[in-house]
Design a protein around this ligand. Sequence first.
Ligand code: PLP
Length: 464
Amino acid sequence: MKYISTRGKAPVLGFEEVLLTGLATDGGLYVPEKLPTYSLDEIRSWRELPYDQLAYKIIQPFVSDFIDGDELRAMLSDTYAAFAHKAVVPLQQIDHNEYVMELFHGPTLAFKDFALQLLGRLLDHSLQKRGEKAVIMGATSGDTGSAAIEGCRRCENIDIFILHPHNRVSDVQRRQMTTVLGDNIHNIAIEGNFDDCQRMVKESFADQSFLRGERRLVAVNSINWARIMAQIVYYFYAALNLGGPDRKIAFSVPTGNFGDIFAGYLAMQMGLPIDQLVIATNKNDVLHRLMSQNKYEALPLEHTLSPSMDIVVSSNFERLLFDLYDRNGPAIADLMTAMSTGSATVDASKLDKARAVFDSDCASDEETCATIRDVHAQTGYLLDPHTAIGVKAARATRRHTNVPMVTLGTAHPVKFAEAVSKSGLASPELPLHLSDLMQREERYTVLANDRKTVHDFMVNEVFQ
Ligand SMILES: *Cc1c(COP(=O)(O)O)cnc(C)c1O
């Protein structure tokens, strides 16, 4: 399969090059040149498949010129066997015809494991073939860092450096990163804030000369196409388990960078009957304002009880705009320029196309806690704050009550104790595989907020 840039001016690439590349050279994002599509009969024939075998059906066409079928099968089986629930993505019913799809049974208890567990293996496979080694560098305020570290811990050809702001991430989140002790895992606590960490990572990608041209620097952030690809699978899985493709299903998705919900949109383009996709945001509601008022305006960041959705702009939204604008790269390049300069509007007819399937809603911290409290009172089920925003949005925007509504359960509530306690509820226990997390040995290095200091440390670790 070939991949093209949303801005139309970068080279067409194969899967492996896209995997190793972040942004396209024209500043755009890579998307498949042509999506595979499936008939209802084909989709129906997947109904009995366990998760890893369904993943094979969905993922294979995207990667077929990179990895052979048997190796991919083994890789997917290995990836999803590491999840702590036999069903991988169990569905929990919370009301009549209303469900939570639990995406938090992976090693770090959040949905990012679905993509990053696979991404680490795909990268290692590529580097092994090429006889290369790579360095991954990322900044985290929580979720992504631990999921990336867990995804790379067994990779033989990758050193991973994750920067977090010293003393500014929760104990659970820090320990999920710093208690992974492999020689290729390097946690750096920066004496600064998250923006300092992020800036340092950006500058390192812009000038990689500190790696002496001997190592490639790879990004695993949410614009990486392979992450989105992996997330398409669970939309099919949930639908097939609720009577799809012979009935339509609706999904509500707690949204930050628009990666997860874009995977749902792709599932629909591939032939899965989807009635409705709900963009659920917290107070960082740039997408909700765009969808409801056709006004795109980046506002200052707000810190909320759902920190993994605290974003100013949603980078993957560009991938949807590309389709809405009939894949016109130059038009997207212009639109993105307009959007980056403050305030912009989208062509009304294009927005109408989006509104045919997407709805949107936003929740305050108070509404998030009220939803956690209500659902717990009604069912005994405890939502994490991100999932609660999804449930609130699902209920506010639902089109047809006879269509099953599935909210994506993006994290386990134990990761977000503050929101649970502000809802007046007791924090749950850590799941069994993490029950000794607070006693495990930690390893991390505190460094000054200074790029040269960080680069010297990295070079010393990589080339020691
Ligand atoms: C990353 C994350 C989100 C947002 O996902 P996007 O793909 O960025 O839209 C939602 N909930 C949790 C728990 C997350 O970690």
